[in-house]
Every structure is written in structure tokens, then in C-alpha cells.
Design a protein around this ligand. Structure first.
Ligand code: T4K
Length: 368
């Protein structure tokens, strides 16, 4: 049986680095509720992102949900369906209606040319996704938002550690959410954070993420529990030190994928070649054109699977095809997103993957 290779393998720090922190936890019994290490991680991330208003949370989804809640939005929110369930769920769970905008075939991000036609008097925000760590057309989104007085909250779950023209990707829009899930470029096991622009919004998110509690005898907001715990924070403190080295490893492997697959008829790779962007290389999506490749995406998925390689269809189905949204009428006209979702296959990419493994995977793709 061939060695099994999954789409990703979480980064773990050397075990001694993690264990070193545990003694103090055992001494203090501080396990959660904005403890020492959560605060330390917050400060280190503020420095890493060059941001003043950032709060770590239990996961990326809750960070997005709480951020949207703190912004006090109403009515409709323009977003894309070519994403993980979380983006759309966070909007709907805030009582807002998602209005689906199509994406660009070239890079899977929101098609800015189609945003304005979707704006109505009910629109309060845009939630674009830096999908696969490819920055959206930030400048044009900001211009549209300014013109129509809309908030922009980026789903930056995939974009940890990225920069655009030397500026942290967190610095755009009114807010950004990052995911620190095990499968991401930087992980705190589960985790995430919100980055916002002012102390008032940050304070509101802080309160919301702890049940809306203002003091021992006062609860002012309908919040939730979205606190990061100390073990998550410790994992973050350890992993942050290794982020850059792991990014470089993934970048090399990504280059190898490009080199091996660029001339395969019917296989399209996204181009991560914008020189103004520093990417984190967490995903390696390919798009299969069955007419040219001679096999469908699903056939390729199955061949790889039979050989122990577990590529994933990120993102299929698109969220506006989920049963829970179709029935509410949240559908939208998104043919490009649908086409991409039927062609995509996300190949294994993680810092521990060997060059031999990449060769093995690309050889199979080329062979068939
Ligand atoms: N917005 C966007 C655009 C997102 O992509 C996500 C999450 C969010 C928001 C929400 O952020 P979080 O709340 O999750 O922080 C995974 C992740 O769970 C999810 O974080 C991620 N996006 C999504 C794209 O992928 P699954 O259900 O596909 O993961 P799973 O468990 O199948 O894992 C994939 C592979 O990784 C496994 O086949 C093996 C490997 N793996 C996974 C885990 C969890 C391990 O080796 N060890 C592990 O512990 O969703």
C-alpha cells in the first residue's frame, strides 16, 4: 500500500518548546479566560501584523461571527459562494442576508466588476474572501465601499502572514478575520483572530466573545463564548517562531508543483506571481478542464485517492448550493464560481511534504 498523503499535515513545533510552557500552567492553573499566554500571543501577533487592535479567539469562524456582530450590520451583505461554509454561515447566523457575487475565473476572488450591480439600499457590508491566500482587488473594493458607505470585512482565513506592497494584508478594510486552524499556515490547534481599526470595535468584540459580560454583575450584550484557551495560545507562541521557515519550505514545494504541471494540457494552476504580494503558500489548487485533460476532476480525485493521495475539492459545492441556503432563496447568479468548484482539486501542500512526494503526485497527474 502506498504511503497516505493528506491535503495537509498540521505544523507542530519541537515538543520540548511546547512542554516548556506547561510547567507554568500547572503551577498557576490558569487554563483559559484571557490568560497570560493568550495576552502574550495577542501582543506578539499585534507586532507580527503591525496592528494595534487585534484579539485572538477560539477559532476563525467565531472571530468572523463576532466581528460582523460588533459592526452592527443590517440587511444584506455582499459576499462570494466560492469559500468554506464558515463565511456564509457567519453572515446568516448574524441575521443578515448573503447576496452572492460571482468570482473571477483567473484567481477565484470576488469579481469587483459585478459588485455595484448587487448593491441596494439594504446593503450594509461586503465580505470578500482572500481565497487560497490570493488577495482580493483591495483597492477597487475600498473605492466601491467608500462610494456606497459600506463596511468591508475580509475573510482572511487563508492569508496569515501575507503582505501587499509591503503592508500586512490585515491593514485593509474595516476588519479582517484570520483562521489559526490546524490546517492553516499558522495554527493554534483551533483558533483565529479579528483585526479591527479602533478601540471601540475591539472592546465590543472582546465583550461579545465573553458572553457580553461587562462585570461580575452586569451583562450588556448577547454575546457568545469565543475565548482562546491557554493551550491554544502556547501552540501559537511556539508556531509563530517557525512560521517563516515553514513558509519558505512550502514556497519551494509550490514552485516544484508549478514547474512539474505547467505544461500539462487541461490542468490550470493559479498564478502566485504578483510581485507586490508575499504569499504564504498554504494551498495548491489546480483546475481540471476535462475536455483538454481527458479525465474529469472527479476521476483524477479518485485515481489519486486509490494511490493514497487525499486531495480535496476546496471549494465544492459552492455555499449557495448548500441545501440550507438554496431553500432560503440565497442563490445568486454565480456561474464562474460554479464552474471553478466543479474543476478544482486542492493538492497536498505542507512544510513536511517531501520533494519526492510532490514528484510522486505530479507523476500520477501527468501519467493519466
Ligand atoms: N473562512 C474560510 C475561507 C475558511 O477556509 C475557513 C476554514 C474558515 C473561514 C473558518 O475558520 P476556522 O473556524 O476553521 O478557524 C478544514 C478546516 O477545518 C477549516 O479550518 C478550513 N477553513 C477548511 C478549508 O478546511 P475540513 O473539514 O476539510 O478539514 P479536515 O478535518 O478534513 O482536514 C483536512 C486534512 O487535514 C485531513 O484529511 C487530514 C489533515 N489533518 C486535519 C486535522 C484537523 C490532520 O492531519 N490533523 C488534524 O488535526 O475543514
Amino acid at each position: 500500500m502506498d504511503k497516505k498523503i493528506y491535503v495537509t499535515k498540521p505544523v507542530l513545533p519541537p515538543i520540548e518548546e511546547f512542554v516548556e510552557y506547561l510547567e507554568n500552567v500547572w503551577e498557576t492553573h490558569d487554563l483559559t479566560n484571557f490568560g497570560t499566554y493568550t495576552k502574550q500571543l495577542m501582543l506578539e501577533l499585534m507586532d507580527f501584523f503591525s496592528e494595534d487592535y487585534l484579539i485572538p479567539m477560539c477559532n476563525g469562524h467565531m472571530a468572523l461571527e463576532m466581528t460582523l456582530q460588533a459592526m452592527e450590520l443590517s440587511g444584506e451583505v455582499i459576499t462570494t459562494p466560492y469559500t468554506f461554509a464558515s463565511t456564509t454561515h457567519a453572515i446568516v447566523r448574524n441575521g443578515l442576508n448573503p447576496v452572492f457575487c460571482d468570482v473571477r475565473e483567473s484567481d477565484c476572488t470576488i469579481d469587483v466588476d459585478k459588485i455595484e450591480a448587487l448593491i441596494t439600499e439594504k446593503t450594509s457590508a461586503i465580505v470578500p474572501v482572500h481565497v487560497y491566500g490570493i488577495p482580493c482587488d483591495i483597492e477597487r473594493i475600498e473605492a466601491i465601499a467608500k462610494k456606497h458607505n459600506l463596511k468591508v470585512i475580509y475573510d482572511a482565513a487563508h492569508a496569515f502572514g501575507e503582505t501587499v506592497n509591503g503592508k500586512s494584508i490585515s491593514s485593509f478594510g474595516d476588519a479582517s478575520m484570520f483562521s489559526f486552524h490546524a490546517t492553516k499556515a499558522f495554527n493554534t490547534i483551533e483558533g483565529g483572530c479579528s483585526v479591527v481599526r479602533d478601540i471601540e470595535t475591539l472592546t465590543r468584540i472582546y465583550q461579545l466573545h465573553n458572553f457580553g459580560i461587562m462585570g461580575e454583575e452586569s451583562v450588556e450584550f448577547v454575546g457568545a463564548n469565543a475565548k482562546m484557551n491557554e493551550f491554544q495560545a502556547i501552540m501559537g507562541l511556539c508556531n509563530l517562531k517557525h512560521f517563516e521557515e515553514n513558509r519558505q519550505k512550502r514556497k519551494r514545494l509550490f514552485g516544484l508543483y508549478i514547474e512539474s504541471l505547467k505544461d500539462v494540457e487541461g490542468i490550470r494552476l493559479l498564478s502566485y506571481d504578483d510581485e507586490s504580494v508575499e504569499y504564504n503558500y498554504t494551498y495548491c489548487p489546480i483546475f481540471v478542464d476535462e475536455n483538454k485533460y481527458g479525465k474529469t476532476r472527479n476521476e483524477l480525485y479518485q485515481v489519486l485517492k486509490d494511490r493514497g493521495i487525499f486531495a480535496r475539492k476546496y471549494f465544492y459545492p459552492i455555499t449557495n448550493e448548500f441545501a440550507c441556503y438554496k431553500e432560503c432563496g440565497f442563490s445568486g447568479n454565480t456561474p464562474i464560481a460554479k464552474k471553478l468548484s466543479e474543476q478544482v482539486l486542492t493538492l497536498p501542500l505542507y512544510s513536511d511534504l517531501s520533494e519526492e512526494d510532490v514528484v510522486r503526485i505530479t507523476d500520477i497527474i501527468k501519467e493519466i
